[in-house]
Design a binder for this molecule. Sequence first.
Ligand code: SAH
Ligand code: SF4
Length: 385
Amino acid sequence: MAATINLLDLDPAALARWCSELGEKPFRAKQLQRWIHQFGEHDFEAMTDLAKSLREKLGQHASVAAPPIISDHTSSDGTRKWLLEVGSGNAVECVFIPEVSRGTLCVSTQAGCAVNCRFCSTGKQGFSRNLSAGEIIGQLWMAESLLRRGFGVPAGPKGERQITNVVLMGMGEPLLNYEPTVAALRLMLDDNAYGLSRRRVTVSTSGVVPMMDKLSQDCPVALAVSLHASNDALRDELVPLNKKYPLPELMSACQRYLEFAPRDFLTFEYCMLDGVNDTDTHARELIALVADVPCKLNLIPFNPFPESGLKRSPQPRIKAFAQLLTDAGIVTTIRKTRGDDIDAACGQLAGEVQDRTRVQERMQKMTEYQQKYGKDFGRIVEIPG
Ligand code: SAH
Ligand code: SF4
């Protein structure tokens, strides 16, 4: 057996296999999984209902290790953001958004992103590497146990869960890091881990068509598709992946996904870019484009960053655009900005991080941007319904 294995990397089936290699019965794997994911425990000696011999074996061969925290900030609106180290000078973000009736965790799946959408600073920073399953689920593991402690409730069997929803909308394209993403999703859904229902877990994708089909078979959670354009020529420019999987193919894939989706609609995300994709003509084209796909439209006011050369659509334009969609019978929401005062900009900060010193530099740069672009230079979050 290999020297040490990070148990966060194992989905329920893999953990059961690993335990059986240790000579343990399947129920032991479930017990162990509950300790790790339900009670947030990483110390095998604290897992008191496991036999001492098993605790010793675990101590020798395994660990439970989430990515180290570089920074941890809470905004005045309660949004809490962690910057996590994932090795080789890379860092990713994880953001918790509390609301009255739910708590949503926004999770990253890659350090950087190869899709290189024009309006996304994660994309501009290029692709560094895929996160492992342990680094993806480790964000939920870490956030859940810190949040429970933060609310004065001890992590453990009696702790109330703070995170009711998970969205894979942090850095990276989840469907281009498929296996680790699905392993993490399986843990999110497993009753002996986080026990979230499929409709409370959302994968956001820029439209990796074959992997959408695969996800519909392997783990059909809620799906959000980042559309951002109403025709192929414009989408080719904004989301370069569109050249590979153009809109007719993407729309068909959406329809196919709906047969397996946990709800009878999908969410389309549409980033509002001043003068680029926000005219009445675009709205009408968009209405025609999605006519055959039961969906909800989520309009995201663009979160500016200097290198983009793009501007956020003015609020009245966003409202007029939303009105046209609503009048056509499409449920439309405008995403609100959260966590402004802690620079909780999803994908806006971590990608360029080389080391802790660079984090300081970036923090400084972010403060300058805020002074230049105003308080609104913050994270924009999706709270899927
Ligand atoms: N790669 C996946 C998931 C991560 S991006 C995807 O593209 O769907 C999550 C969301 O943030 C996407 O809808 C993306 O379009 C949006 N986004 C990226 N950069 C943004 C920016 N500068 N302003 C507003 N939204 C942005
Ligand atoms: Fe990647 Fe999503 Fe950013 Fe596009 S919007 S570059 S797919 S993270």
